[in-house]
Design a protein around this ligand. Structure first.
Ligand code: SF4
Ligand code: SF4
Length: 438
């Protein structure tokens, strides 16, 4: 694609990167075939190619974002299916991240939109506030349908997404979980923000499993939200502040007792942590530390694949529909490891038809774009239910929460199934199922 940025524009490092990305696009349109919003809406401006043109026009002309551009960029899930499909290697993720930041800087959203985004940006990264919001959501759950009927779709979506069980307290940081037997390795585990409140059992399972296999786990002191949620809303200053906080926390551990890897059990966060090196490349104080952290970041299944895990004696004969989270399959290109691990322990693993399509979760998307998110969830659930699985496995809390609102089939984090298959306790959703069928 030809571009006509001026030399002055290209002096800005971010614009220079975006120009390179734009020039790589050959307009072939292959990406439209796998874009969820194009599949639903059939509008070129809701396809990757259409959005690339909108972004090019906005950046090249140094134009403030218009309502029309914002509408189509906001509808993008950042699922990155287009990056997997693109034969020319167009790095859509960095381009849309730039566009979102430009929108945040130049466009004044309607008051209700500003309020909702501000609320999400304040509450979600703060586990204590998030826990309070969950309690309020739990109490307000019966009002989800009436609120939708009067047009308060986003509030209704928040209530529907609130799990029926009470939230857990925020995770403790600054804790070391020692290896059982001789120590074979030492890793940090990202506790994060939302995840431990919504589903503490996942990181508990990861720690148990790693410790049983001789790996010491540290949840670094002062570690907090990775910044992913702010980053995807274009709130870059906040995102970078979160990133720097976690980089400092992990660097202290790297410089201290050392870390073989930084493990992440939420693939949406993993994609962002793996991108810290890029996000902070021009920050002289953080560029090197950020690159070191990104190089050590791994999805938990990537790391588990390198250990020689032994199955428990009882074979696991459950049929699993494996939902490959977009951030894992498209963002991190981790496709093989989770399925191979589950198969190794005797589970019958089935791929979900149309597996490249997002479930509609996408960070805060299912709150900010509830109608499109519901349509994607219903399509995902229909594809999953066709497989008649006993359980659905996924590696991202956002997907787990989203899919669980559309089906009665238990949805469990992959690592909890692996923990169970190697001597840990049965995951809670399966215990409930067992009790019901007894
Ligand atoms: S597939 Fe790649 S090169 Fe082709 S239009 Fe899409 S982004 Fe551009
Ligand atoms: S990130 Fe996903 S929704 Fe956005 S343009 Fe690419 S394929 Fe479409």
């Amino acid at each position: 694609m030809q571009t006509s940025f001026t030399l002055a524009q290209l002096a800005d490092p971010q614009t220079a990167v975006s120009e390179k990305i734009l020039r790589a696009c050959v307009h072939c349109g292959f990406c439209t075939a796998t874009c969820p919003t194009y599949a639903l809406l059939g509008d070129e401006l809701d396809s990757p190619r259409g959005r690339i043109y909108l972004i090019k026009d906005m950046l090249e002309n140094d134009r403030p974002a218009t309502g029309e551009v914002v509408k189509h960029i906001d509808r993008c899930l950042s699922c990155l299916a287009c990056m997997t499909t693109c034969p020319s290697g167009v790095h859509y993720m960095h381009l849309v991240d730039h566009a979102r930041e430009h929108i945040e800087d130049t466009y004044k959203r309607p008051l209700a939109d500003r309020f909702m985004r501000g609320l999400l940006a304040k509450v979600l990264p703060n586990p204590s506030l998030f826990r309070l919001a969950m309690v309020a959501g739990w109490l307000g759950k019966p009002f989800a349908t009436p609120l939708r009927a009067i047009g308060l779709d986003r509030l209704s979506a928040m209530l529907r997404l609130t799990p029926a069980k009470m939230p857990a307290p925020a995770a403790e940081t600054g804790k070391v979980y020692p290896a059982q037997g001789p120590r074979r390795g030492r890793v940090a585990l990202l506790a994060g923000c939302i995840h431990p409140v919504l589903s503490p059992s996942t990181n508990e399972a990861a720690i148990r499993l790693l410790n049983r296999n001789g790996i010491e786990v540290v949840v670094a002191a002062n570690e907090a939200c990775c910044g992913s949620l702010s980053h995807h809303m274009g709130r870059e200053a906040e995102a970078l502040a979160f990133a720097k906080n976690d980089i400092d926390a992990w660097t202290r551990e790297i410089d201290g007792e050392g870390l073989d890897a930084i493990l992440i059990t939420v693939s949406g966060c993993g994609t962002t942590v793996k991108d810290y090196g890029f996000m902070l490349r021009t920050d002289s104080a953080y560029a090197e530390k950020a690159a070191t952290v990104s190089a050590r970041a791994k999805d938990v299944t990537e790391y588990l694949s390198t250990l020689n895990l032994t199955p428990s004696p009882a074979p696991m004969s459950l049929t699993i529909a494996y939902h490959s989270a977009c951030s894992l399959q498209h963002g991190q290109k981790v496709v093989r490891e989770p399925k191979e691990l589950l198969s190794k322990f005797g589970f019958i693993v089935k791929d979900v038809p149309e597996g490249h399509l997002c479930c509609g979760s996408a960070g805060t998307y299912n709150i900010l774009q509830p109608t499109l998110a519901d349509r994607l969830r219903d399509r995902k659930v229909a594809n999953i239910e066709r497989l008649q699985p006993d359980v659905i496995a996924a590696g991202n809390i956002g997907c787990i929460t989203q899919i669980a609102t559309g089906t009665d089939i238990p949805v469990v984090h992959t690592v909890e199934l692996i923990d169970w298959a190697t001597g840990g306790p049965m995951p809670e959703p399966l215990r409930k199922l067992q009790a019901l069928s007894a």
